[in-house]
Design a protein around this ligand. Structure first.
Ligand code: NAG
Ligand code: NAG
Ligand code: NAG
Ligand code: NAG
Ligand code: NAG
Ligand code: NAG
Ligand code: NAG
Length: 524
């Protein structure tokens, strides 16, 4: 029932635009330059997992197992087509699952030829190559439903010992995204760069910067899951290749308070001012849920830890063109332009030692500064300070990063919130340098509960959070009770500090954070 109500207006709008197209080219060409829209879909797939992924099986059995997931894909492509979708994204690992060994995944892998000098339509020309059954089926889905299809699968490429990178068993095995155009042609492939402990796969010998073109929305970039945290290929695609729209298959295990899937997807689209089409696996038992279609100013998400059902999200969004400035270094953003920097924060502003005398000496907090303590949050040793008063101005520092918080609790609930800072190399489950300033709710009232994963909160806090970051790559996090998203009132640089502020809010605060990535420091 719910699907119907959302489907109807989209379908109507889409049909209206077809009629428009048929009636007059002249009008349409004006339309192209005045903000086009397209209908995008992402599918959060409740995967049917192979119960024994380490077992060695034959190709025929592997194909039968994958067919169960591919049948669901086909249903969803048909559903999406009914709602006018022009492109659909499916999650990482959604066809074969995970936890394979290098040998046990082999029968699941399709072969992909080199596409540089080949135009291949696997649906129409299935006989050209062996071991391409999955590509064949996907290509036919794209063709039949006239939709661009972005899918992740396992692939193999034979190599010889003349290639110095060739693995000893004579083949590469890649975690691969493929893109089919709406006529079934295989137009792009991307091989995942930042593998997340996937011992069954190889890193590609050279970084893939994969871009594909669509007639309805121009160019898209593509990368996978863990890649979103790294410079290559992600930041290069956006900054060097001027990508402003990204198709993003993922299989993301949520980790609160800073790295829940929808929380970080939102932060990424905000930081780079891009459209992000993110499809996650649905598997609440493994902590996997959280997909969405994000524009710089809107989010359409699915997050559900209760239901076992997958979810198709279909929405019409504006095309982002590359003349749109995706400049993270200069991303002052005001989402609420009516509201200037609130008087409250002005009053509370104190003079930093490194600033000149152009700010007035505000009253020093009358009370003693609260105690600093340490707690492990997401495997990192954060320096924390509790929020003890109804309002205040506090600061914590670690290494070269100082985080300042001006706050006012609107509703004094019996909950413990803390200001935290971390400025160091993260080394568990991946190595990457983080600079973070965060305001989070703790699991209970004991300081030892800070950093625990909580999903509900009642505390409403007006705040200004800022830090003197050494990186310009800062991902703003703002998560409310029930793992719902919100936007800051303002984000941007003021002198040497990056500032976020927010007043009001519809539900309790779980996390407000400035998650900085200092990529140059990733290797010691
Ligand atoms: C995969 O392996 C991880 C780590 O060993 C484990 O936590 C997880 O439950 C496994 N998942 C499945 C679907 O077997
Ligand atoms: C596919 O495999 C069969 C059996 O191994 C072989 O005879 C045939 O030549 C192969 N076809 C192609 C296109 O490689
Ligand atoms: C199929 O789509 C591709 C990419 O959009 C296009 O380049 C190609 O010309 C199309 N092929 C046919 C036969 O329409
Ligand atoms: C990206 O945009 C910049 C600035 O407009 C331009 O100089 C550069 O050539 C573009 N790069 C690509 C790959 O289009
Ligand atoms: C966290 O850092 C503090 C300050 O350096 C140190 O005293 C404490 O032992 C660290 N905690 C852990 C668990 O490493
Ligand atoms: C941030 O501010 C602190 C305190 O003023 C200072 O010690 C530190 O060097 C600053 N960091 C940077 C990168 O400027
Ligand atoms: C806080 O938790 C720690 C560890 O669980 C415990 O030792 C301590 O007594 C608790 N403190 C209070 C005030 O409850």
């Amino acid at each position: 029932m719910e699907k119907r109500t959302t489907a109807t207006p989209l379908t109507l709008r889409f049909m209206a635009s077809i009629i428009f197209f048929v009636l007059g080219h002249q009008v349409l060409s004006i339309d192209i330059h005045k903000g086009r829209h397209y209908v995008a879909a992402v599918y959060e797939h409740h995967i049917i997992l192979n119960p024994s992924p380490a077992a060695i099986i034959d190709r025929h059995t592997a194909l039968q197992l994958m067919k169960r997931n591919l049948d669901i894909y086909e249903e969803q492509v048909i559903n999406a087509a009914k709602q006018g979708a022009q492109i659909i994204i499916f999650p990482e690992d959604g066809i074969q699952g995970f936890n394979f060994t290098r040998a046990s995944i082999y029968p699941y892998l399709d072969f992909i030829p080199n596409l540089d000098c080949l135009i291949w339509n696997p649906c129409k020309e299935f006989y050209l190559f062996n071991d391409t059954e999955v590509l064949h089926r996907l290509s036919c889905m794209a063709l039949k439903n006239q939709m661009f299809l972005v899918v992740n699968l396992g692939t193999k490429e034979p190599c010889t010992q003349s290639d110095p990178h060739c693995p000893p068993d004579g083949r590469y095995q890649f975690n691969t995204n493929v893109v089919f155009s709406d006529n079934g042609t295989l137009i792009a492939r991307y091989r995942k760069q930042n593998l997340y402990f996937e011992y069954s796969f190889n890193t590609p010998p050279e970084i893939d910067y994969t871009i594909f073109d669509t007639p309805f929305a121009g160019k898209f970039g593509i990368f996978t899951c863990f890649d979103i945290l790294f410079y290559e290929p992600t930041v290069t695609l956006i900054k060097q290749y001027n990508i402003t729209q990204v198709a993003y298959p993922t299989a993301w295990m949520n980790q609160l308070p800073l790295l829940s899937a929808v929380e970080f997807q939102r932060a990424f689209a905000t930081a780079f001012k891009i459209n992000l089409l993110a499809a996650n696996i649905h598997h609440p038992d493994l902590g996997m849920t959280g997909s969405g279609i994000y524009t710089p100013s809107k989010s359409f998400i699915y997050y559900d830890m209760e239901s076992i059902d997958g979810k198709l999200i279909v929405v019409e969004i504006p095309v982002m063109t590359s003349d749109h400035e995706a400049n993270i270094e200069n991303n002052a953003m005001s989402y609420n332009s009516q509201k200037s920097f609130s008087d409250f924060f002005m009053e509370k502003q104190i003079c930093h030692k490194d600033q000149e005398t152009d700010c007035e000496i505000a009253e020093k907090p009358s009370q003693e500064l609260p105690p600093v303590f340490y707690e492990i949050m997401m495997y990192d040793n954060f320096t924390l300070m509790p929020i003890l008063n109804a309002e205040g101005n506090i600061e914590v520092c670690s290494n070269t990063l100082c985080c300042n918080l001006i706050y006012k609790r609107l509703e004094k609930t019996n909950e413990l919130y803390v200001l935290g800072v971390f400025d160091d190399l993260h080394t568990v489950h991946g190595t990457y340098y983080i600079q973070a300033c965060v305001l989070v709710k703790c699991g209970g009232l004991n300081y030892t509960t800070c950093g625990q994963e909580i999903t509900e909160a009642a505390g409403l806090i007006d705040f200004q959070l800022q830090g003197n970051f050494s990186t310009t790559f800062i991902f703003p996090l703002l998560l409310r009770s029930g793992v719902t998203l919100d936007f800051a009132d303002h984000l941007g640089w003021e002198k040497n500090s990056y500032v976020m502020y927010k007043t009001g809010g519809s539900s309790g605060l779980i996390t407000a954070g400035l998650y900085g990535r200092w990529y140059e420091r990733d290797k010691n």
